[in-house]
Design a protein around this ligand. Structure first.
Ligand code: ZN
Length: 248
């Protein structure tokens, strides 16, 4: 049986969150359950504590950041002691969120700095219309030997992708990204040892199951990389294990 990796999934945004965690675990899909607010951490942590496949990530999503989010950062700091994985974090400069961009930067700087101080954290990073700034900040505040960054649903340019590779970043890709010409171009220049898969569920608004979506992603990657889907999923699993062991 093929093993799938879903390195960015919002299990707690599903109505039947608990069931979703259970079915993901029994489907044996290695899943990073990202959160959008540290308030969601205790429940995610509790539900996944004894699981092998589902792991929780401590997030503070750039789209929820407003002047009222300051106290959430305090919570985030508190929970970081128990979190190996961090996400969803990052920056979003799209029209609806640009007005809080300076605040987002302050918070992202804080998060990267804390991760760097602690060391050995693995981050799932959102970078919408802000790839240069995100990469500048990673370069400045989270040196490669202090943590691993996985760029989720990358929408930047080829030049930005090259820079991200130099900074040691990985890429988690979903099939929607791989259907776009830009996404395909990115795959053509990212070496296959930096690729992970994801669903970003429930944001793709897709009724098919997590494993069906991952199967589709692995098949498209196979076509793009000229490999069998089985080989792609083996490589993705190997990359996932490398990310976890921080042995880049
Ligand atoms: Zn997400």
């Amino acid at each position: 049986m093929r093993s799938y990796v879903d390195f960015h999934c919002h299990l707690d945004l599903f109505e039947d969150f608990e069931t979703k965690v259970k079915t993901t675990e029994s489907a044996q899909i290695y899943t990073l359950a990202v959160t959008t607010t540290p308030r969601a951490w205790p429940r995610n942590h509790e539900l996944t504590a004894k699981l092998r496949y589902v792991r929780p990530a401590l997030g503070l999503h750039p789209q929820i950041i407003t002047k009222d989010t300051k106290h959430e950062l305090k919570l985030w700091d508190e929970y970081l002691n128990n979190a190996r994985y961090v996400g969803e974090v990052g920056l979003d400069a799209s029209a609806n969120y640009i007005q809080n961009f300076d605040m987002q930067k302050d918070i992202f700087k804080h998060i990267l700095t804390r991760c760097s101080e602690r060391g050995d954290k693995v981050l799932s990073v959102h970078a919408v219309r802000s790839v240069d700034t995100v990469l500048d900040m990673i370069e400045r505040y989270l040196p490669q030997d202090r943590g691993v960054v996985v760029l989720h649903w990358f929408t930047g340019t080829k030049a930005q992708a090259k820079r991200a590779l130099k900074l040691g970043c990985f890429f988690s890709v979903n099939y929607a990204m791989l259907r776009s010409k830009r996404g395909q171009e990115i795959i053509s220049l990212v070496s296959d040892d930096r690729i992970l898969t994801e669903t970003d569920a429930p944001f793709l608004d897709d009724q098919s199951t997590q494993s069906e979506q991952l199967k589709q992603t692995v098949e498209i990657l196979g076509t793009l990389l000229n490999m069998t889907p089985d080989l792609v999923s083996e490589i993705v699993l190997k990359n996932f294990k490398r990310v976890l062991s921080a042995d880049k």
